[in-house]
Design a protein around this ligand. Structure first.
Ligand SMILES: NC(=O)c1ccc[n+]([C@@H]2O[C@H](COP(=O)([O-])OP(=O)(O)OC[C@H]3O[C@@H](n4cnc5c(N)ncnc54)[C@H](OP(=O)(O)O)[C@@H]3O)[C@@H](O)[C@H]2O)c1
Length: 285
């Protein structure tokens, strides 16, 4: 039976990036819909669940994407609420590449150092990618500092992580001033920079003055990059005793995770690929 992926995108035009990955992940048919909202999604989900017999429903799956991650989360919830009993198909949420990118960033760090007990700073930790990276690190047992220009925003992210990960050790840090940034960086062994594209969050000089730092991962591919002195192509590159990854250095793993997650959707009809599940897939690669 042909594998059908139903791409539900919250943007008016379904993402070409997600379509290409779906094809490369081996789907036979790709049905793409743009402008999908919780209000208009029910009919689309019914089309997915009422067309094949229950044993065959594993050959139909849903992918949720789009640039607005908050809108994607709402759609993800609504799709799951529309399922009932065995009338369901597997579903994955990766709006703006948030889950696959965060998973790849943490996996890069995990290759280089034990995460349990590590003190990790996530710069830009309030954005979709940073939030998820911090959440995955918290689940790995690291002590997380969530950084933001605004302490309130960092606090909200910490609350959300604590709700998702029961034993999470997360602390909000404001990093709006040089003194605040110094305090946030003090004694960290891992920095993941997940700030907006084209914004430097930590200078080369400051990075070189962090004796405890072991691994630095920068997800910003647009100059100026997020961590001074880390290059976009860096992949486990030793720079002054710190193992560095740049956005493209992490990108290969991100693409592998994305393809593997789409392929995984077709193994059964009841999978829900959220942040933790997508990270678990990354670990298994
Ligand atoms: N390599 C890949 O495959 C891949 C895939 C997806 C995304 N990315 C990259 O990953 C990074 C994170 O993505 P995202 O979508 O989570 O980012 P985002 O939402 O655009 O920004 C993340 C955080 O950066 C902070 N920020 C925004 N403007 C800033 C400024 N002018 N100065 C300092 N901080 C600023 C904000 O935090 P506060 O307001 O709380 O300070 C924001 O929450 C981006 O650089 C993106 O391009 C890479």
């Amino acid at each position: 039976m042909r594998k059908i992926l139903i791409q539900l995108d919250t943007d008016p035009q379904p993402s070409v990036f997600d379509r290409v990955v779906a094809v490369d992940a081996g789907v036979d048919e790709l049905f793409s819909y743009g402008g999908v909202t919780p209000e208009n999604v029910v009919g689309l989900v019914h089309g997915a669940i009422f067309t094949r017999g229950v044993p065959d429903l594993k050959n139909t799956a849903i992918f949720i994407g789009g640039s607005n991650v908050a809108a994607g989360e709402l759609l993800f919830k609504k799709v799951q609420k529309t399922f009932f009993g065995p009338m369901r198909v597997s579903v994955m949420m990766d709006s703006n590449g948030s889950n696959t990118t965060a998973a790849a960033a943490v996996l890069a760090a995990r290759k280089q150092m034990p995460l349990a007990g590590a003190t990790a700073l996530v710069l830009g930790g309030t954005g979709p990618v940073g939030h998820r990276a911090a959440q995955i690190l918290a689940a790995e047992g690291a002590e997380i500092r969530v950084a933001s220009r605004t302490r309130d925003k960092a606090e909200q992210t910490c609350f959300a992580i604590a709700e998702a990960v029961s034993a999470a050790r997360v602390t909000p840090f404001a990093t709006g001033t040089p003194a605040e940034l110094d305090a946030a960086c003090d004694e960290v062994s891992l920095i993941i920079a997940a700030g907006a594209a084209g914004v430097e969050l930590i200078s080369t000089e400051r990075r070189l003055n962090l004796p405890s730092l072991k691994v630095a991962v920068d997800l910003n591919a647009v100059p100026p990059l997020g961590i001074g002195g880390v290059e976009v192509m860096d992949k486990a590159k030793d720079r002054n005793g710190v193992i560095c990854y740049g956005a493209i250095g992490v990108g290969g793993t991100k693409m592998k995770i994305h393809r593997a997650a789409v392929a995984r959707l077709f193994e059964s009809n009841d999978q829900v690929l959220d942040t933790a599940a997508i990270y678990a897939i990354g670990q298994s690669l």
